[in-house]
Write a protein that binds this ligand. Structure first.
Ligand SMILES: C[S@@+](CC[C@H](N)C(=O)[O-])C[C@H]1O[C@@H](n2cnc3c(N)ncnc32)[C@H](O)[C@@H]1O
Length: 268
């Protein structure tokens, strides 16, 4: 887990299918090529403030881990989630935690629930470290890497109580839709990693992405791991704070669409 990650470009307005073409330093070009598949993020060099540097140096070794990247990387062993937090408690993965505003607020609201925040954007993770520190939170761990790899390799089937995907990059142009994190295969993967009764909570302010998500949720293969709309009370909090994305959406009059689904207690 020693290799440094390239920074993603979180502004999805002008995404590129070839992230390596967008970055200036040859170092980053080489690193971006280490990701062999189409990713839902793109690369950006990130600079940390002095405070974030301090958080990173002090807290990352205790709370965070970097995923190994590169063509010759070997698949990572599954995480021992109980050992990671030192207790047996419900476990939630948050995909693309950004600056961690929702992560920290929801973790503070639910001290009995453990949250694994997955993000590729180092300054965002550094901000979350600051929120964890200031809030005295003990129930958050961070992974710097591709959430697809985390779900595929690090999380065992049937082990998560929840997966949160808040304001995933919408990749609005049709030719970039393959970059959207939420695809049929991802929903099946998430369903497989949830325990029966586990919750998938998605929020988006992008109308077209909402239609896309509704479509893939409606057309799942019911013979495979899948999720269904939650019709009973949620075992996890569904209350999100207003993040910068949500605040901007509200100001621009864009509706927030939320999807709260659950893995059925019995598949099929
Ligand atoms: C639009 S931002 C939303 C951030 C946050 N969830 C919020 O509501 O403020 C989407 C975030 O997802 C991250 N992201 C996109 N694809 C990812 C992936 N495959 N693995 C980890 N993070 C990812 C991006 O780096 C970006 O920070």
């Amino acid at each position: 887990m020693s290799e440094q990650h390239p920074e993603p470009q979180p502004d999805p307005d002008t995404p590129s299918q070839t992230p390596s073409a967008e970055v200036s330093s040859s170092d980053d070009v080489d690193r971006s090529r280490l990701f062999p598949r189409v990713t839902s993020f793109r690369f950006r060099r990130g600079t940390l403030t002095a405070g974030q540097e301090r958080n990173w140096d002090e807290l990352w070794p205790k709370l965070g881990q970097d995923l190994e990247i590169g063509r010759n990387r070997i698949p990572q062993p599954q995480l021992d989630l109980t050992a990671l937090f030192g207790r047996d408690a419900p476990k939630v993965v948050e995909v693309g935690s950004g600056t961690g505003v929702s992560t920290a607020a929801m973790a503070a609201d639910e001290p009995g629930v453990d949250v694994i925040a997955v993000e590729v954007y180092k300054p965002g993770l550094a901000q979350l470290l600051g929120l964890i520190d200031r809030g005295g939170l003990t129930n958050v761990r961070l992974i710097r890497g591709d959430a697809m790899v985390v779900l595929t390799e690090l999380i065992a089937p049937g082990t998560l109580d929840g997966v949160r995907v808040f304001f995933p990059d919408p990749w609005p142009k049709s030719r970039h839709h393959k970059r959207r994190f939420l695809q049929s295969g991802t929903i099946e993967l998430i369903a497989d990693r949830l325990r029966p009764g586990g919750i998938l909570h998605i929020a988006t302010d992008h109308a077209d992405y909402a239609v896309w998500i509704a479509e893939i949720l409606a057309t799942q293969d019911r013979d495979r791991p899948h999720v269904i709309p939650l019709t009973t009370e949620s075992p996890l909090s569904l209350t999100r704070p207003t993040t910068k994305f949500e605040g901007r959406a509200e100001r621009d009059g864009r509706r927030i669409n939320e999807f709260v689904y659950t893995r059925p207690l019995q598949d099929g």
